[in-house]
Design a protein around this ligand. Structure first.
Ligand code: AHR
Length: 419
């Protein structure tokens, strides 16, 4: 059974408007790809905007409390999220064999622009978010998944009139930490980030906590104490690895031996760690599956292609590629075709993500199976931010509900695929 990380048993503490230091009002705008700014003197416009946002949020907090009292007086239950750990764990634990219905539900979720699981959080209060200064430190732009994730966050920020300070670390943890430190110095209202790797966040998370700035994690986990952030919204990567391996086990049920190679994601990242663990949970003790080689392609198409070229040169007998994301699988396809072999037939391929280019390759029979990992986290991020800034409690873990796709399901899902 899947080891569910950070179950939804506990609730985060309220957002802390009052504890914010007075000197934290500047918020010079950052843009994707901009170098990290030096700390600038705040403009009076920025101060005014910040004051307006604080006043708006204080009014929203008062309104939220008033609504809670009114509902309590009517005998209603709490207005905060009523999700439980078992609901979240159950919703995430979609077995690979139920991929048809899961694919249908994920296609429906995609059509609405949300990742499944949004109902675990209270709806956005637009008055709370308007003008709120939220710093988002993105991993980079390594894959189609990442581009879709960035688009989702930016378009939701625009929808809710959030003053989004967006930075991209281009896969460099030091750059991401520096970006978060800048957000702290600026005194943003909330910091969100998708950590490049799992370890090494304690110090900067403690700095954010000391400054009274709440932190929300999206997409990837950290190994820090959960008291250092309000919630972690994202996929169950172990389950994704298990789904991929379950498919491989069924696909090669009649084979006596399977020679496989693995294209790993970024070394030290949660998805690379967990997708390997998930695979091993299902096939680790199955001697039939022989791992010829396993190497990082850094979640990029180029990386996948180069590593696969090396694998093909060294091993003439590869039966199966397990790529930790679509982009690396797409790179592997190029390498396999260049080597005169037929991807999907001579060499089977299983990947994770289900971005449009991956789904097209699956529909064309070049990839054999894709486990979904939804990048559409913008709505959930701002649901969590709205609740935290309004002083509401939220689950400390929100697991995205996802499906998986075979060729037939990819063909059916492609016309509505948003990314
Ligand atoms: O963290 C999510 C992973 O990061 C996606 O699976 C991959 O494509 C991306 O680069």
């Amino acid at each position: 059974m899947t080891d569910q990380p950070h179950l939804l048993l506990t609730f985060g503490s309220s957002g802390d408007e009052a504890g914010r230091p007075a000197e934290s009002e500047a918020s010079p705008a950052l843009h994707t790809g901009d170098p990290l700014p030096s700390i600038q003197h705040q403009s009076s416009g920025a101060i005014q905007r910040r004051r307006k946002s604080v006043v708006t949020r204080r009014l929203a907090v008062v309104a939220t409390v008033a609504v809670a009292f009114a509902l309590a007086a009517c005998g209603s239950s709490s207005t905060t999220s009523s999700s439980t750990s078992s609901e979240a764990a159950t919703s995430a634990a979609v077995p690979a064999s139920s991929s048809a219905s899961a694919a249908a539900s994920s296609a429906a979720a995609s059509a609405t622009g949300e990742a499944g699981g949004a109902s675990e959080l209270p709806p956005v209060d637009p008055a709370v978010l308007e003008g709120a200064v939220i710093g988002f430190a993105q991993v980079g732009s390594e894959s189609g998944w990442r581009s879709a994730n960035t688009d989702s966050i930016k378009s939701s920020a625009e929808q809710y009139k959030v003053d989004l300070q967006f930075t991209s670390a281009e896969g460099d943890q030091a750059k991401q930490i520096s970006s978060i430190k800048t957000f702290i110095t600026q005194g943003v209202d909330l910091i969100a980030f998708s950590p490049v790797v799992e370890t090494g966040w304690d110090s900067v998370l403690n700095e954010a906590k000391a400054a009274g700035i709440p932190v929300v994690l999206t997409d990837r986990a950290v190994d820090s104490d959960p008291s250092l952030y309000k919630t972690f919204i994202g996929s169950d990567f172990i389950l994704e690895g298990e789904k991929a391996a379950t498919w491989a086990k069924e696909e090669f049920a009649d084979a006596s031996a399977v020679n496989m190679v693995v294209l790993e994601g970024t070394t030290g990242s949660a998805p690379a760690n967990d997708r390997a663990t998930g695979w091993d949970n299902i096939l680790g003790s199955d001697a039939k599956f022989n791992t010829l080689a396993s190497q990082t392609g850094d979640f990029t198409r180029d990386g996948g292609k180069k590593v696969m070229e090396g694998f093909l040169a060294a091993y003439p007998n590869i039966d199966l590629v397990y790529a930790h994301n679509d982009d690396m699988g797409l790179g592997a396809i190029e390498a396999i075709e260049a080597a005169g072999k037929v991807p999907g037939k001579d060499i089977k391929i299983v990947t994770v993500d289900a971005v449009k280019a991956g789904m097209e390759a699956l529909a064309a029979g070049k990839i054999n199976f894709i486990v979904e990992c939804s990048p559409l986290l913008g709505e959930q991020l701002f649901q969590a931010s709205s609740a935290v800034l309004a002083g509401q409690e939220i689950p400390t873990r929100v697991i995205t509900v996802e499906g998986s796709f075979n060729q037939e399901q990819a063909i059916a899902a492609l016309p509505d695929r948003k990314y």
